[in-house]
Design a protein around this ligand. Sequence first.
Ligand code: GLC
Length: 624
Amino acid sequence: MVAMGSSEAVLQVFCGAAPFIKSDLTYPLGSDIKYKKKGGSKAIRLFKCSSSYHQFPTIPTIQSERLKSRKFESYSCKCLNAESASGFTTKNENGTWFVDNAKEFNTIQETGHPPNLLGLEDDHKLKKENESSLSDAIEKEAWDLLRESIVQYCGSPVGTIAANDPTSSSVLNYDQVFIRDFIPSGIAFLLKGEYDIVRNFILHTLQLQSWEKTMDCHSPGQGLMPASFKVRTIPLEGDDTATEEVLDPDFGEAAIGRVAPVDSGLWWIILLRAYGKSSGDMSLLERIDVQTGIKMILKLCLADGFDMFPTLLVADGPCMIDRRMGIHGHPLEIQALFYSALMCAREMLPPEDGSADLIRALNNRLVALSFHLREYYWVDLKKLNEIYRYKTEEYSYDAVNKFNIYPDQIPPWLVEWMPNKGGYLIGNLQPAHMDFRFFSLGNFWSVVSSLVTVDQSNAILDLIEAKWADLVADMPFKICYPALEGQEWQIITGSDPKNTPWSYHNGGSWPTLLWQLTVACIKMDRPEIAARAVKIAEERLGQDKWPEYYDTKKGRFIGKQSRLFQTWTIAGYLVSKLLLADPTKAKILMTDEDSELVNAFSCMITSNPRKKRGPKSSQKTYIV
Ligand code: GLC
């Protein structure tokens, strides 16, 4: 049996209410909302801008007229203009949280000395000026390109296309707005104070959420957000001379490999919170349709299944790595985004009666999830040695080797690779299986969301520094390390010619990952690490025409099938630059551990026979 020991499953009930952003709202009666999906034979239905015909979930009774009128505004694309965000104020988060800025770090990194210490002030000054004007020019080009990638729907900006590559002969779906790809674009716009595009994106993708899409007669779960959508212009029904714009979502039913985009809804929640924090426009978060959208995503993720673990069970390719790479099961990236989305939703859900069950389930899951990841996904030298000496086939509640991991699974590369100082979360955990590959995004986002402890967060950054030559080398950042090679590549990827060793998802280098690295480094007050990576990227990205990814062990070549002018490469770079220039702004993406969760977590640790980490102080109880 692989479940937690009985002592860990002490029955505990969470009583605390989630903090809500604004408490003076009236919410609809009842939370058990039924959603109506339009039936019919057509597999593909589209959102039309020119017509009032939209497939919305049935809207519950609304107490407040104010909310009621807002709800109807969302039915028309034109209303979004009327609800212009100009007038919103960005929260003033000035303070002592962070003092230095990236330019200073760049100088110190490069010379090994603080500026003007060698008596070569003029040389340094000149070099610094040249560098910063080059950097300014690259930044300006990036902004121009980002703006060129904006997609309009009914006259309003709703997103950015994945790539704007004029050299590419087959566009595939790179002309679509991908939910995950838009996140750095959206953050860049928020940081610039341009809120409308993010607001429109949030509302339009919300409309697509409950849309019925099928694959061979099977519909995905309600609450699933599409992987991407496209704005199409089609002839107006009954009028050959006119056209209309429609939004056409793809939930994976057209995607290569038909993979379900589990991460879309999680990113949507994270972006929604960032929008609220950045713009100060809480009215969007309070809207009944937005609240319903959050709950639908949560209900889908928190639904009971057959699984014994608190981690989210998914099929292969459910996230940034959206093709077969052996990440099915409980991949780290999904767990980190899941945790982050739960933390963000917790702040945005009102503690009204109708949501109490959902909030309780959410809190319980947060505690169980962080316990599980911190305990079982974590590896460092000490833990590796523990695994090396594991006994197997233990049948008992208090087994040390709960998942029956055979020590021979420790890959030879890791024995050499693991630094003395540092550690990381492994890629996946299943019965008798640990995927020891280092997946960057999952590790970065575990730091950003406080899924891991402060010590573990610092250890992850220590490992990145220690393994710089492997993880960054000539281009940040390796999507995963190491690559699958030989027979392993054949079996796990199905001999995928796009995912050959050290290419694309299989150990390729993705510059978009810079922004998540930057947020993680700022959170741990170590921005100089990110600044160093940005500097490396900056030397090539513009010249190389902003590639999607780089190939080879050191990231020396532009990827074999890499798109150029890839939007999230451009936006990721911009977000990193903006955050390093003003690190306080990164707070819109971070979540800190809540004291109630910490207490509950300590409780679990104390009741865990193997490890004692904290005081037995909590009066709060949880069901786990
Ligand atoms: C590739 C990537 C995916 C990305 C998409 C659009 O499929 O794997 O993460 O969203 O391209 O850029």
